[in-house]
Design a binder for this molecule. Structure first.
Ligand SMILES: NC(=O)c1ccc[n+]([C@@H]2O[C@H](COP(=O)([O-])OP(=O)(O)OC[C@H]3O[C@@H](n4cnc5c(N)ncnc54)[C@H](OP(=O)(O)O)[C@@H]3O)[C@@H](O)[C@H]2O)c1
Length: 108
């Protein structure tokens, strides 16, 4: 379960580009915990490298914003870490039209 006091972020499209930079900058502040999502986090060496540096403040989660089942699986994975708490910030960076993310209950 998540420790109290940290600011909780979830960013989509974090494997490269703007999303990766957002995660990098958030991770630089020790008051943040980040759920970094993309379709295949294992394929992003930059993301894996950030995770190693994150000291437990970064979780990588598989999430295809265009696939409802993937979104629901991701939501369950996040909830497992958060417990009864919710997210503070949801950063929709992947730019997918008709994303199923809009129908999620993130309990924020
Ligand atoms: N760069 C610019 O100049 C610019 C300007 C205006 C607006 N934007 C917007 O800013 C956002 C990020 O731009 P960027 O240049 O950083 O893009 P990018 O380098 O192409 O990165 C896109 C990110 O979205 C992820 N992604 C793609 N399809 C996805 C899906 N179905 N579900 C979940 N994640 C998905 C990709 O990860 P995986 O492929 O690993 O899943 C990747 O991490 C986009 O929405 C873009 O339209 C960018």
């Amino acid at each position: 379960m998540c420790d109290g006091g940290l600011i909780l972020h979830l960013a989509t499209g974090s494997s490269r580009g703007i999303g990766l930079e957002i995660v990098k900058q958030l991770l630089a502040d020790s008051s943040n915990l980040i759920f970094a999502t993309c379709r295949n986090s294992d394929a992003s060496s930059a993301l894996q490298s950030l995770k190693q540096k994150g000291g437990g403040r970064m979780h990588t989660i598989q999430l295809d914003a265009d696939d409802k089942q993937s979104v629901n699986t991701a939501a369950r994975a996040v909830k497992k870490v958060l417990g009864k708490g919710g997210l503070d910030y949801l950063l929709i960076n992947s730019g997918i039209v008709n994303s199923e993310l809009t129908s999620l209950e993130w309990n924020a």
